[in-house]
Write a protein that binds this ligand. Structure first.
Ligand code: SIN
Length: 521
């Protein structure tokens, strides 16, 4: 059985909600499909905040400059200019929609994070910035009569006809059966793929489905080798790697080794506020040197009342694990956190397939280059979500409405039939990604990873498993191709950046990996 709508948005994080609100502003119908609860996304877990030029001592050029430096020579300057220039307007709009950013005596409070030359990070409810933004945006989306929010609707693939995306196939959460949903255009806002790695700060939903769907539909993927590892995830036996926000180091947190020594000075003069990739590699080096599986984040110089007020969620979560952040050293180690690569888009969220748009972490817009500046991702979701929403409307002006009652495609197999395989495959892929395609990589480790992925692929796989392995292969292939170290990609056999590699990797189904000078096309 098939359904029709005007437009489909897949994913309900900041980018998806912003795209849906933009589209609904025209009066068009938009179906937002999410595979979990509407509020469950990577955005929801963003702690540190959102970077924006709003304080008196800040300027757009400074924010742009910091973003370009973090991106290690691979940002598209136009994309960065758009992000910073339009970001301020969308943050003010969020405030109008009721987002409660933290204030002191009525004035917005800005915090510091690594590689920012100014205190420019807004936060909400201390360390629950993403949750507060998503709350306000869902409330705003619910005011739009033409937005339908459908939670627990797992999208399996895109429908492509005559090289144009005309809809999606998803599992209907009520009927528990596969259905086709036809539309004049689809926006993918499914977030990143941190779950490809054994240790990740990302929620379980961050499996990269949107990237895989776009790849199998024939879209170009860019810069997949660039994965950001967050230096400080709580590392306790048998518990998830809960994020301990960079803002903790921004407020004065110190990293110590097992002897209680502050070690970052041995690696970088910016100490704990060096760029994330440097702090992550320094922690790995220090753990190896001292023969341990974690280092420690020390917040004990700050008062309990300050820490409780500034980091309430972290404070409570650590309490749950019997850690008092005002008194105890917190065991931490790096974990996968953010994918800089993704679906190649132009500056208006268009992918290389007509009818298919994308925004947020699922994309590569050129904003982040080889390494994302902390707290730029919620801003990217807002700016490029709105842009994707407006370009889909503009492009669809010449496209006829979807024919009512059109025949759906033949029923595709439900991934639920193969859940057992999915779990086993995921476990194996995650281990290989962590050990061989992780923070430190080299030719041998990457080749071995790729041959393990080939082996896994040779078995009969469910759609979800196939998607997962394919994404792992895309990352490993691009990491093997790039014979240099830059930003989030570190090769122990090519330890420096090399000017001849100042290009983007492009991957497409059925084609060899190639290089492009810019992301936008
Ligand atoms: C953090 O709070 O450390 C994460 C913020 C980000 O990744 O932008």
């Amino acid at each position: 059985m098939s359904l029709e709508t005007d437009f489909v948005v897949i994913g309900s994080g900041v980018a998806g909600l912003r795209a849906a609100i933009e589209i609904a502003g025209s009066g068009a119908h938009v179906s937002v499909l999410t595979k979990d609860k509407t509020s469950e996304s990577n955005s929801e877990y963003a702690q540190g905040g959102v970077a924006v030029v709003l304080s008196d001592d800040d300027k757009a050029e400074l924010h742009e400059g910091d973003t370009l430096v973090a991106g290690a020579g691979l940002c598209d300057e136009m994309a960065v200019e758009v992000l910073v220039a339009e970001g301020t307007k969308y943050i003010k709009q969020l405030i109008d929609w009721g987002t409660e950013f933290d204030r002191d005596g009525g004035r917005l409070v800005f915090t510091q994070e690594a590689a920012h030359s100014r205190r420019r990070i807004l936060h909400a409810h201390g360390d629950s910035t993403g949750r507060e933004i998503v709350r306000a945006m869902i409330a705003r989306a619910r005011q739009e009569k033409t937005i339908t929010l459908t939670p627990f609707a797992n999208t399996e693939s895109l429908i492509i006809e005559d090289n144009r995306c005309v809809g999606v196939r998803f599992l209907d959460p009520i009927l528990r059966s596969p259905r086709s949903l036809f539309a004049r255009g689809v926006v993918l806002c499914t977030g990143g793929a941190g779950q490809l790695f054994q240790h990740s700060t990302n929620p379980a939903v961050a499996t990269g489905d949107g990237m895989a769907m776009a790849y199998f539909a024939g879209a170009e993927m860019a810069d997949m080798e660039f994965v950001q590892f967050h230096p400080t995830a709580l590392n306790l036996e048998n518990s998830p790697r809960f994020l301990l926000s960079e803002a903790m180091r921004g407020e004065g947190g110190i990293l110590r080794n097992k002897y209680g020594e502050r070690f970052m000075g041995n690696y970088d003069e910016r100490l704990e506020l060096a760029p994330r990739d440097i702090v992550s590699r320094s922690i790995v080096a220090e753990m190896r040197r001292t023969g341990t599986r974690s280092v420690y984040l020390d917040m004990t110089a700050m008062s309990e009342s300050f820490l409780r007020g500034r980091f309430p969620k972290i404070y409570e979560t650590c309490r749950f694990y019997n850690l008092d952040i005002a008194k105890d050293l917190l065991p931490v180690s790096p974990a996968s956190h953010y994918c800089m690569g993704g679906i190649r888009t132009d500056l208006h969220g268009r992918s290389t397939i007509p009818g298919l748009y994308a925004a947020g972490e699922v994309t590569c817009t050129g904003v982040h280059g080889a390494n994302r500046l902390a707290s730029n991702s919620l801003l990217e979701g807002l700016v490029f979500g709105a842009r994707a929403g407006s370009s889909i409307l503009e492009d669809a002006a010449g496209i006829a409405p979807v024919e009512v009652g059109r025949e759906g495609e033949p029923v595709f197999p439900s991934s639920e039939e193969h859940l057992g395989v999915t779990t086993a495959v995921k476990k194996r892929v995650k281990r290989v990604m962590w050990e061989r395609v992780g923070i430190l990589r080299d030719r041998n480790s990457l080749k071995r990873a790729l041959s393990e992925f080939d082996q896994i692929e040779s078995a009969h796989l469910s759609t979800a498993s196939r998607n997962f392995v394919t994404l792992a292969k895309l990352i490993a292939t691009a990491a093997l191709w790039r014979e240099e170290s830059r930003g989030g990609h570190f090769r122990t056999d090519f330890t420096s950046p090399d000017e001849k590699w100042r290009v983007h990797s492009i991957q497409k189904l059925g084609a060899e990996i190639s290089a492009a000078g810019e992301i936008s096309f």
